[in-house]
Write a protein that binds this ligand. Sequence first.
Ligand code: SF4
Length: 151
Amino acid sequence: MRLWSVRRARAMEFAYQALEGALKALHPVFAKIGYARLEKPVAAVERAAKGFLFDCQMCGQCALSSTGMSCPMNCPKSLRNGPCGGVRPGGFCEVKPAMRCVWDQAFVGSLKMKRGRTIGQPLSPIDHRLWGRSSWLAVARGDHKRMDEAR
Ligand code: SF4
């Protein structure tokens, strides 16, 4: 399914932008309910939806819109910025030879996306405190914008 999503990166990007807009618009509602209270149920829905579409590992700081809709956390080396120097001919992984390199796929997906040009920009190192947390709620709170600015 992960490769299917990369092949449809443009449509996924469009859907993500719509979701992002909706999440930001819902910030006052979320703030009223309480982000802490929402964390568990929203993270569960996010895990199910993005797990199905992208093999999401719930790093809590989603990079899909910068990586051609290919989740970098599926890299066996957990490279947040890739690819490594070991990509096999045909775009296969050095560690798992039957697996397509997630970073090779990131470049393929990025060519289909409007934001594809951001593929060359380095991603921030992973913040391990955020594992399991909802990226959707982070977007609603504006955390991603602050992270991008810090980067
Ligand atoms: S980058 Fe993180 S939040 Fe986004 S799909 Fe991958 S593991 Fe999930």
